[in-house]
Design a binder for this molecule. Structure first.
Ligand SMILES: [Zn+2]
Ligand SMILES: [Zn+2]
Length: 276
C-alpha cells in the first residue's frame, strides 16, 4: 500500500452527504471526464454533491466553469488570504463577475491566515473586508478560512457586520472559539483534522456543536481523514469523516449525515440554483 495511492472506497453512507469544501483542480481533476469520475466515486459511497473552492483567479475561472459541467458540483470563488499581497481592482472586478454566476454558491475562501507568511496581515484584512462586502451585496454565503487568526476574523466580521450566512471552513478552533461562532449564528464545517486522534481541543469543540449548525468537508487534496492521513484526499473521503464524527458525538451515521446535508442545503441554497 503506497502513501501516494488513494484510500479505499469506504462503506456507502446510509444517507446522502455533501462535501462542503474541496479543491478538485488541486487534486489534478480538471477535465470534465475527470470531474465526472471523481463525482461518480463520491456518489458510489453516498457523497452526492460537492462544492469546489477557488483560491486564486485561475482557480476561480476554472471552478465557476466546472460547476456548469455537472449537476453534482457547485463552486465558491475568492482570493485566498495567503494570495492577497497584490490583490487589487483587476482581481476584484473578475471575482465579482464570477461570483455572480448562479452555480457559484459562496464567496470563499477568504479570511485570515497568520500561519503562513505569504501576504502581509494588512493586505489580508483589507481583502477580507472586501469579500465580506461582496457576499452582502450578492446575498451569498461567506466561506471563511481562519488559520491562527480566530480573534481577528471574528473582530473584523463584527466590525463590518457579517452577511446573513457565514461558514467557517475546516474549523480549527477549540470549544471556546466554537461557542463564539455559534453565538454569532455562524455555521462550522469539519474537515479531516477533526478525525485526527491528537486534535483533542478540536474534537472537544466538535462535540458541542448542535446538529444542524455544521457541515462536513474534505478540503482535498490535503487533510485526508483518519486512518488515511497523508494519502491523497477526494470528495468520497468525506464519508470517513461522517462516520468518525458520528462515533465521536455518539450519534447515528444516519442522523449525522442527514443533519450535515440539511445544513449544507440551507447554507448553499442548492435547491434554488439552476444549471445555467
Ligand atoms: Zn482554507
Ligand atoms: Zn480550502
Amino acid at each position: 500500500m503506497s502513501r501516494t495511492e488513494r484510500p479505499p472506497l469506504p462503506e456507502r453512507l446510509p444517507v446522502n452527504a455533501v462535501d462542503a469544501h474541496t479543491h478538485l483542480d488541486a487534486c489534478g481533476l480538471t477535465t470534465p471526464a475527470q470531474v465526472a469520475e471523481a463525482l461518480d466515486r463520491a456518489g458510489s459511497v453516498g457523497v452526492t454533491r460537492a462544492v469546489t473552492v477557488a483560491d486564486d483567479l485561475t482557480a476561480a475561472r476554472w471552478a465557476a466553469e466546472a460547476a456548469t459541467w455537472d449537476e453534482r458540483l457547485y463552486a465558491a470563488v475568492a482570493i485566498h488570504p495567503t494570495r492577497t499581497a497584490t490583490f487589487g481592482e483587476k482581481e476584484q472586478a473578475e471575482i465579482e463577475r464570477l461570483a455572480a454566476r448562479p452555480r457559484v454558491v459562496a464567496i470563499g475562501e477568504t479570511g485570515l491566515d497568520y500561519y503562513w507568511d505569504y501576504s502581509p496581515p494588512q493586505a489580508q484584512q483589507e481583502a477580507f473586508r472586501w469579500h465580506i462586502d461582496l457576499a452582502k451585496r450578492l446575498g451569498k454565503p461567506l466561506m471563511i478560512h481562519d488559520r491562527d487568526a480566530h480573534d481577528d476574523v471574528l473582530r473584523i466580521l463584527d466590525e463590518e457586520g457579517p452577511p446573513e450566512t457565514v461558514i467557517f471552513h475546516c474549523f480549527s478552533g477549540d470549544a471556546g472559539v466554537a461557542r463564539r461562532c455559534l453565538d454569532a449564528g455562524y455555521v462550522l464545517s469539519f474537515a479531516g483534522p477533526v478525525t485526527f486522534r491528537n486534535a483533542r481541543p478540536l474534537r472537544e469543540a466538535a462535540k458541542l456543536v448542535p446538529l444542524g449548525q455544521f457541515t462536513v468537508e474534505t478540503d482535498a487534496p490535503f487533510l485526508t481523514p483518519h486512518p488515511f492521513r497523508g494519502r491523497p484526499n477526494e470528495p468520497y473521503c468525506v464519508a470517513y469523516t461522517v462516520r468518525d464524527l458520528a462515533d465521536l458525538r455518539e450519534e447515528s451515521v444516519e442522523e449525522l449525515a442527514e443533519a450535515t446535508t440539511a445544513a449544507a442545503e440551507r447554507v448553499f441554497r442548492f435547491r434554488s440554483v439552476t444549471s445555467s
